[in-house]
Design a binder for this molecule. Structure first.
Ligand code: ADP
Ligand code: MG
Length: 258
């Protein structure tokens, strides 16, 4: 956590008693948690548990059925607060959501153009900086389809960081990548987070990597929060359900590698 954060400062995000269902099916039943400023919070849980639905409710891509959400202590129900969160945050989608007909450079420029503040000269500098940081300068004039999976992911991250957000949501940032690339993505998130000081919320299946880079773990199951605490506590917990979840993930990993 950021040591300069006063204890009285509200968390960057607070979610209280969030519920969200579709038709007959209740996906999120009662979700409450906080995201402290400057932390990396990883959200773990089986496929189909509602991790993406949760992120989408927080950023306003889906509307929750009930519950309260606060951004720096202010209710997201207020439209000005929702707008402030939108301006301060960015979202790395599970499948990157790159613009295929735009070059790497143009993909990264788009969020700056959409925001409209600053001059084209400043945008150009920001784009060059972020491409250099993510080792994509040489690919600036290429198209997404010409990039490897790892480069596409780096491009998605570059596009999310170019606006210098204070809060970044990553939905399965390592989906579809091999183990080496997965490590590289987590190392990158952790390094960028330390350099730029943003707060990160990461939805992931990669328990081992998440435990290494995260300050906190939120484990969701059956629409409820089953664990919410420091990563070290999740790693060493002897709670039967947590052990089973950790073992299942480890077994799945081994099966996938063999
Ligand atoms: N827009 C939607 N309409 C109806 N059902 C949805 C929608 N989005 C997600 N769901 C359902 O909600 C459940 C949780 O989905 P999701 O959040 O994507 O899971 P995951 O934890 O794998 O990210 C799934 O059963 C999914 O089919
Ligand atoms: Mg998902």
């Amino acid at each position: 956590m950021n040591p300069s954060t006063a204890p009285s400062e509200p968390p960057v995000l607070e979610i209280r008693r969030l519920r969200k269902g579709f038709a007959e099916r209740e996906v999120l039943r009662d979700i409450s948690f906080q995201v402290p400023t400057g932390s990396i919070v990883s959200i773990l849980g089986r496929s189909g548990t509602g991790k993406s639905v949760l992120l989408k409710c927080v950023v306003g891509l889906l509307e929750a059925d009930s519950g309260e959400m606060f951004y720096r202590g202010a209710p997201l129900a207020k439209s000005e607060c929702r707008i402030a969160l939108r301006r301060a945050s960015s979202y790395v989608f599970q499948h990157n959501a790159l613009f295929d007909s735009a070059t790497v450079r143009e993909n990264v420029l788009l969020p700056l153009q959409a925001r409209g503040t600053g001059s084209p000269k400043e945008w150009d500098k920001n784009v060059r900086d972020v491409l250099a940081r993510l080792e994509l300068e040489d690919a600036a004039e290429r198209y997404p389809a010409e990039l490897s999976g790892g480069m596409q992911k780096r491009l998605a991250v570059a596009r999310a960081l170019v606006t210098q957000p204070e809060l970044v949501f990553f939905d399965e940032p390592t989906a579809g990548l091999d183990p080496l690339r997965r490590n590289a993505v987590f190392a990158m998130i952790s390094k960028l987070q330390r350099e730029r000081g943003f707060t990160a919320v990461v939805v992931t299946h990669d328990v081992q990597e998440a435990l290494v880079v995260s300050s906190r773990i939120l484990w969701l199951d059956a629409g409820l929060v089953r664990f919410d605490g420091p990563a070290a506590e999740f790693e060493t917990s002897d709670d039967a359900q947590i052990c089973e979840f950790r073992d299942n993930i480890a077994a799945l990993r081994t099966a996938l590698r063999s």
